[in-house]
Each structure stands twice: as C-alpha cells, then as structure tokens.
Design a protein. Sequence first.
Length: 369
Amino acid sequence: MIWVWIVLQGLTLLGVVNYWRHLPAERQEEAPDGVVVILSVRDDWDGGAALMARLTAQSAPFRLLIATSGACPAAEALVGDNVQVVHAGVATDEGQKVHKLRAALRTLRPDDQWLVFIDADIEPPARLVGRLLFPLVRDKADIVTGYRLLLPGRGLMAAMVGAVEMQLATLPRAASATMPWGGAMALSRTVAERLELDAVLAGRLSDDMAIGLAGWRSKLRLRPVRDLLVASPLDGRAGDLLGFGVRQYRHIATNHLGMWALATAVVAVQAGAWVWALGWGGSGAIAIGYAAAWGRAVVRRRIIGAVLEPDQARRAARSLWWDSIAPFAVNWAHLIVQISAVTSNHIRWGGWDYWMQRGKVALMARVAR
C-alpha cells in the first residue's frame, strides 16, 4: 500500500508541475476588428467601477454588450458609442443568465465577428481579451477559455473553498478534456452559428456546460489558455461558501453525470488514501503526504505569482493554507461537496431557485426575500 500511496502523491505533484512548466513564456495577443464582449448583470448591479476600469485597460479594442433582465440604472449610465444595453425580460423555463445571453446574441450586429463572454465578478488582467482571441484568430482553436482562480477573503471557510478550487484550477489542461468557463470564454461568430448557439442555450441553466458539451459533440477544438487564471473574489458566510462549491458540481451532475462520476472517483481515491495514511500508514506515510502537499503549495505559489497581479497573488495564496496545514481536509471537503451535489436537482443561483431535469430547467421560482 505504501507504494500506491507514493505513486498517488507523486502524480498529484507532477500534475501541478506540469501546469507550471506549460505556462506560456510568450503571451501573444490579437486585436482584430469586430470584437464584442458580452456581460450579463443583475438589475441591481452597481456599475462595477473596478471591472469597468479593467475593461477600459484591455489591450484589444471591443464593443461592450451588457445584458440585463429589466431596468438597470447603472448599466444604462454606461451607454455610449461602444456600450450597448439589451433588456431580456424574465425567463420562464431557463436560467436567467442564459436568458440574458440569448437576448444579447439576438442583437449582434453584422460586424460583430468575435464573441467574448465574461462574468461581472472577475478582476481581469489587461491581456484577457487579446489572449482569448489569439488562438481563435490564428485558427488554433474554435472555443477558447480561461479559468477561475478564487481570491478568498479572510476566514477559514473561504480559504477552504479556495483550496478546493485551486486543485481544479491547476490541473493539467488537455484540449480533449477541456470544458469552457463562462467567466472568460471566446468563440467566433462563425462557430456560434455553426453550433446554433441560441438553440444550444435554450432551456439551459449553465451557459458554459451547454456550450462545452455542444462543442464536444460537434468535435470542435476547445483550448485552455493556461496563463488566464482569472482572479475572482470569494467571500461570504460559511453556508453561502459551501453552497457555492455544491452549486458548481451540481451544474456538472445535472448536465453530465458521467463527468461528475469521473471527477468524484478521482477525489475519492485520494480522500480514501488519506484515511489509510492517517489511520494505518504510520509516520512515514504521513510524511510522504505532507511532503507532496508542501511541494504542490510551492509550485502553486509560483503559478499564481506568474499569472496574477501582486495583490491578487497575495489574496489567492490564502488558498494554500489548508493544503499546507491539513491537505487531507481539502480532499475530504472536496469529496463532501461532490457527493452533496447529487443529493438534489435543485440549484439556487442569482436570486432564483431552479429544479433541473435531464440538463434543462424543469421549474423555476424567484427566491422569496
């Protein structure tokens, strides 16, 4: 058993090293004409001053298309030559975010040829748009994506959720096993039309899962940009933070149970092996586990230092606390979140309750205030 344990820990360390070694040395960008950035916001959005400043600093020019449900004064205040607002109304049988994105797609202009999707809660680097476009313009990919890197607030639970997400963020990225993340994703207008994107999204709750699965079925080239680990702040009460983790996996489970099962099996093996190491493996097994955990933490610190701004890297480093002090707890928490995801088909998201059936919204209701 000790040799199995050594192999398991060695593989986890090598996986993180693989990610670090494949960070691009040259972060090439493209700035073609006809770029539209699509941003879905809630009607009570405050205008995102920090986000807008970061979008203004982008190295590639674009037109901003903001999608709301109804009246959003902060969004309306931004309307100008390069900013448009579209009002989608309230959905009845699909996720409200998806409903807004579909409305935005229907207002595209003839010269909108490159589509970039972002979330309102990210802290994007200035290279975000240009880096997402580079593989598309050079015809190296059909769908391009970054990935979320959480910046936990102060508190043990936020750091724990950040540690779980850090495990996912620094997995080796293979194009054949990539799913896009809707917080930083791009595709061409041609690909959107080939996919019949409006129909792909209809009735769905998760925009990125729907697009990713459609891309797989159509044998499109999905490509991750490894240096686009995009900062996303995380804070809140313990219940909300746990709910965030469960919701992410429930999106997966309700769209593709096999994908959930594979991810859960991998984590279950590590979680079970830690039970053995702590209970029966002895001090040698524990030492091996901690040595691998500290090695992963060192490499992850280098990764976040290479892709994030200094202040973002400092906040992201809080995710390394748990993996350095109690790595077994991170695995167990990860497994608990995964298992919790399949105990219900109910997802609460963005002020709405959704009940899912076969990957689509079967019922939805506004959360009572």
